[in-house]
Design a protein around this ligand. Structure first.
Ligand SMILES: Cc1ncc(C[n+]2csc(CCOP(=O)(O)OP(=O)(O)O)c2C)c(N)n1
Ligand code: SF4
Length: 763
C-alpha cells in the first residue's frame, strides 16, 4: 500500500494496490471493477488485449460483463449501441481500421445521446498497413460528437476509464466518451500503477446506473421511438444540443477530475502544463510523447532556456480557453502531431490551437507544425530537442521559416537499394499440361485427370521460401498444395491474416505471382472489381493476354467472419474467381482469438477456460453450406492429408472460376502455435479432424453434393476425442463428458445431413 493519505487534503484514501501493469491491463481492470453489463468487441492489435484480459478475468469469475465477440467492428459498435439503447452500461476497445470500420455508428450513438466508453488504443491507419502507434485513427474521431480523453500513461488509462463513465452519464452530458491511449507505447509497456483494492470504491464513485431514468427499450410499459428521421430544423437543433452538451462536458470533466483526485490522490487537469509558468518556447504533444519530452524541458531549463510543455488530458471539447491562457507569454510553440490532415499544412490540432489563439488579439505566439512518429516511429529526446530548437529559432527570428513540415523523413540512398533475390514468375513456368479437366456432356459435371503427385513437383512453388510463418504452420503448405492444382497465371488477393503478414512484409515479398492485399474484410469485393475490370479491359482489346488468368482470394476463417458480407455479395454476383479460406480455427495473426469457425469448447485467447467458462460457446460456423446457399457453381472442403483430393478440387475450382463464376473452398489447416501442439503434428491432427468427420471432405458441384472421402466406408472413422486429445487447446474437453457429448452430437448431426445430401441430388 503506497498511498494512505491524499496529499492534497490529508484525508485518508481508500486502499490502493500498487502493481506493474500495462495500459491494456489497466483498461480491463477498470472495466471489470465497474462491472459493465456488455462489451461488444472485435479483435485488433494493439487493443485486443483488453477483451482478452477481460475474458481471462471472466473465466476466473471476477466480473459479470457479457463479452460479445462481434463479426467485425461495425457489428461490435452496433452491439454496443443496442446495449446502450437498452439502458445498459457498455464498454468497447478498438484501434485503427477497427475504429474506422465502426465510424459510421459513432455519430448515431452521440446524436441519440446514449453514453458508453470506448477505449481507442491508437494505431496507424492503412494504407499501407502498419500496426504500430500513431494518431491517424484518433483524428477521424474528432468530429463524431464524442468526448475524447487522452491518457498518457497506464495509470491515466485506469483513472480515465473510471472518470469517463461518470462524465458520459452525467445528466448535463449524456454522451459517449473515448479514452485514447497510445498503441504499444502505453497499451503494452508496463509501468508502476495503482488501483483501488475494493471494486466497491470504483462502483460508488461512478454511482448507480442512471440510464434507467432516460428513454430506453427495457421498459415495455413506457414504449419509446428511438431514431426517427429528422428534417433540417430538427437536425440542426439536435446537433446544437449535442454541441452544447459536448461543451458542457469540459466543465463536467473538471468537476469529475476534482472529485476523483480527492478519492485517488491523482490529478488530471484539463491541460498538463509542464514548467509553463514563465515559458517562452513550448512544445505541444499528445499522450506518451508528451511524457517523454518532459526530460528535454528539464535539460533545456538547466541551460537557462525558458522551455515548457503542454499536454492535454482532454481534446473534445477542445480546451481552447485554457490553451490561450497558458500560451499568453509563449513566443513560439511547436505542435507535434502523430497524424496529418493532408493538404491542410498542419495536423488538425495545429489548426485548432491557431484558432484558439485567434480569439486573443494580443496573442503573438508563432505556431509551427511538425508531423512525426507515424507508424510507431519512436520519439526520442533528440526529436524533442529538434522540436525545441525549431521553436527557439522562430522565437529569436520572430517568424517561422518553415511553419509546416514532416519530421524524421529522409530521401534514402541508392546504395541501400535491395537487390532482388529472384525474378517473379508467370505463364509457362506454372503450366505443366499434366492436369486435365473435362466436362461430361450429359451431366455437365467435371472430371479431373491428375498425374502421380511426384510429377507435379516440376511446378515451382508460388511462394518463395524465407517467409515468416511459424515452424509447422499448416496454412502455407496447404495453400502451396492448392496452388499446385492451378495451371498458369494467377492473381492472388490475400485478406489480412497470418498468410498475408508472413509473406508480404515491406520491402520483402514471398509472392512470385501477382499479389494484392486490401483491407481485412473487403477482399472479395476488391477481387470482384479486379476480375471484372480485367475481363472488360480484355474485351475492349485494351490489354493483350493470351490466356485467362485465375483470380483467387485467400482468407483465413476470421476474414470470412468480418468479410462475410463482401463474400456473399461477390458469390451472389457470381464473379469469375475462387474464394479460398484457410481455416485454422481462430484469428491467429492477432493472437488466437475465437472466430465463428472455432469449434465449441476450444480454448482461445477470448474463449478461456476456468471456473466459470469452458472455452468457446456455440458450434463452429458451417461456411461451406452458407456459400452453397448462394448457389455458386462449385463449393468444396479439402485438407492436406488428402492431397489428391485437394488437387482435384483446385483444378475444378479453376475451371469454374475461369469459365462460369465463383468457386469457394475451405481448407482445414493446423496452427501448432495456437492449437498448442508440437510443430510436426499438424498433418496427423488435420487427418484426425477429417477421419472423425468433424471436417468432412466433400464438394457441391452445380448444386450436387458429393462426399469425396468417406472415412466410414474406408473403415477409418475415429471418435472426435481421438482428434481432440492431440491438442493443448482442447485438453480440458477430455474431462468434460457433457461438453464432449454435445460436440460429438453436432458432428454427427452435420455428417448425417451431408450423407443424405450425398445420396440425393435433390438435397
Ligand atoms: C477492420 C479490421 N478489424 C480487425 C483487424 C485486425 N485483424 C487483422 S488480421 C485478424 C485476424 C485474422 O484472422 P484469420 O482471418 O482467421 O487469419 P489468421 O490470422 O488466422 O491466419 C484481425 C482480427 C483488421 N485488420 N481490420
Ligand atoms: S500463428 Fe499459426 S497460422 Fe499463424 S503463422 Fe504461426 S502457425 Fe501459422
Amino acid at each position: 500500500m503506497a498511498v494512505v493519505e491524499n496529499q492534497l487534503t490529508g484525508v485518508k484514501l481508500p486502499e490502493q494496490v500498487t502493481h506493474f501493469e500495462s495500459g491494456n491491463e489497466m483498461a480491463a481492470t477498470a472495466a471489470a471493477q465497474i462491472n459493465y453489463h456488455i462489451m461488444g468487441y472485435f479483435p485488433i492489435t494493439p487493443s485486443t488485449e483488453v477483451a482478452q484480459y477481460l475474458d481471462q478475468m471472466k473465466a476466473r469469475g471476477l466480473h459479470d460483463i457479457q463479452l460479445i465477440a462481434a463479426d467485425g467492428e461495425h457489428g461490435s459498435a452496433g452491439i454496443c449501441y443496442g446495449a446502450a439503447v437498452a439502458g445498459a452500461r457498455v464498454v468497447n476497445a478498438t484501434s485503427s481500421q477497427g475504429f474506422l470500420y465502426m465510424l459510421e455508428q459513432l455519430p448515431t450513438q452521440s446524436g441519440t445521446r446514449f453514453p458508453m466508453v470506448l477505449n481507442l488504443v491508437t494505431r496507424a491507419v492503412s494504407g499501407p498497413l502498419d500496426i504500430r502507434g500513431d494518431h491517424s485513427d484518433l483524428y477521424y474521431g474528432l468530429n463524431v460528437g464524442w468526448v475524447i480523453l487522452t491518457a498518457s500513461t497506464p495509470q491515466a488509462v485506469y483513472d480515465m476509464n473510471i472518470m469517463a463513465l461518470k462524465i458520459a452519464e452525467h445528466s448535463a452530458v449524456r454522451l459517449p466518451v473515448i479514452v485514447a491511449y497510445d498503441g504499444f507505447f502505453t497499451s503494452h509497456q508496463k509501468r508502476k500503477v495503482q488501483y483501488f483494492k475494493d471494486n466497491e470504491v470504483v462502483q460508488n464513485f461512478v454511482g448507480p446506473n442512471p440510464n434507467h431514468n432516460y428513454p430506453n427499450i427495457s421498459d415495455p410499459s413506457r414504449p419509446v421511438t428511438i431514431g426517427a428521421h429528422m428534417g433540417g430544423d430538427d437536425l440542426l437543433n439536435n446537433h446544437y444540443q449535442l454541441s452544447v452538451a459536448l461543451e458542457k462536458a469540459g466543465e463536467v470533466y473538471e468537476e469529475v477530475a476534482r472529485e476523483y483526485a480527492l478519492l485517488s490522490g491523482r490529478e488530471y487537469p484539463i491541460l498538463d502544463l509542464y514548467r509553463m509558468d514563465d515559458a517562452e518556447v513550448a512544445v505541444f504533444l499528445l499522450n506518451s510523447a508528451g511524457e517523454s519530452a518532459k526530460d528535454t524541458v528539464d535539460a533545456l531549463r538547466a541551460k537557462g532556456i525558458k522551455a515548457g510543455l503542454v499536454r492535454p488530458n482532454i481534446i473534445r471539447p477542445f480546451p481552447a480557453e485554457q490553451l490561450h491562457q497558458s500560451l499568453k507569454n509563449v513566443k513560439a510553440l511547436l505542435v507535434g502531431e502523430r497524424a496529418d490532415s493532408y493538404g491542410a499544412k498542419g495536423g488538425n490540432l495545429t489548426h485548432e490551437i491557431r484558432s484558439a489563439l485567434q480569439a486573443d488579439p494580443e496573442n503573438k505566439t508563432i505556431i509551427l507544425s511538425r508531423i512525426f512518429g507515424l507508424g510507431g516511429k519512436d520519439f526520442y529526446a533528440d526529436d524533442a530537442e529538434a522540436f525545441f530548437k525549431l521553436a527557439i529559432e522562430a522565437a529569436e527570428k520572430g517568424y517561422a521559416e518553415k511553419p509546416f513540415d514532416y519530421h524524421g523523413y529522409y530521401p534514402g540512398d541508392a546504395k541501400d537499394a535491395l537487390v532482388p533475390v529472384m525474378e517473379p514468375m508467370h505463364g509457362d513456368a506454372f503450366k505443366t499440361g499434366l492436369i486435365t479437366v473435362t466436362q461430361n456432356e450429359d451431366t455437365g459435371l467435371l472430371k479431373v485427370k491428375l498425374p502421380p503427385l511426384s510429377q507435379l513437383t516440376v511446378k515451382p512453388h508460388r511462394l518463395a521460401s524465407g517467409h515468416g510463418a511459424c515452424p509447422g504452420c499448416g496454412a502455407l503448405s496447404a495453400l502451396e498444395l492448392f496452388f499446385k492444382g492451378i495451371e498458369g497465371d494467377m492473381v492472388v488477393l490475400f485478406q489480412t491474416g497470418c498468410a498475408y503478414v508472413v509473406t508480404a512484409s515491406y520491402p520483402y515479398s514471398s509472392h512470385k505471382q501477382t499479389f494484392v492485399h486490401n483491407l481485412f474484410q473487403n477482399g472479395a469485393a476488391t477481387l470482384a472489381g479486379m476480375v471484372d475490370a480485367f475481363y472488360e479491359l480484355k474485351r475492349r482489346g485494351e490489354i493483350q493476354v493470351s490466356d485467362d488468368v485465375t483470380f483467387v482470394m485467400v482468407s483465413g476463417d476470421g476474414g470470412m467472419d468480418i468479410g462475410m458480407g463482401a463474400t456473399v455479395g461477390a458469390a451472389l454476383r457470381n464473379h469469375k474467381m475462387i474464394i479460398l479460406e484457410y481455416d485454422n480455427e481462430g484469428y491467429m495473426n492477432t493472437g488466437s482469438q475465437l472466430s465463428y469457425s472455432t469449434p465449441m469448447g476450444h480454448m482461445t485467447s477470448t474463449s478461456g477456460v476456468g471456473k466459470t467458462q469452458k472455452g468457446k460457446k456455440g458450434h463452429h460456423k458451417d461456411t461451406a453450406q452458407i456459400l452453397a446457399a448462394c448457389n455458386i457453381p462449385y463449393v468444396f472442403t479439402a485438407a492436406e492429408c488428402n492431397p489428391q483430393d485437394l488437387l482435384q478440387k483446385a483444378a475444378k475450382a479453376q475451371w469454374y472460376a475461369n469459365n462460369v463464376g465463383t468457386a469457394y473452398g475451405k481448407l482445414l489447416c493446423a496452427c501448432p502455435l495456437n492449437w498448442k501442439t508440437s510443430d510436426h503434428s499438424g498433418y496427423d491432427l488435420v487427418k484426425a479432424a477429417v477421419d472423425s468427420c468433424f471436417f468432412p471432405l466433400y464438394e457441391i458441384e452445380q448444386g450436387i453434393t458429393n462426399i469425396t472421402y468417406n472415412p466410414e466406408l474406408k473403415g477409418k472413422r475415429i471418435p472426435a476425442v481421438e482428434w481432440l486429445k492431440g491438442m493443448g487447446k482442447t485438453k480440458h474437453l477430455l474431462k468434460d463428458e457433457e461438453l464432449l457429448q454435445n460436440f460429438e452430437t453436432e458432428i454427427e448431426r452435420r455428417w448425417s445431413r451431408l450423407k443424405l445430401r450425398h445420396e440425393s441430388s435433390l438435397l
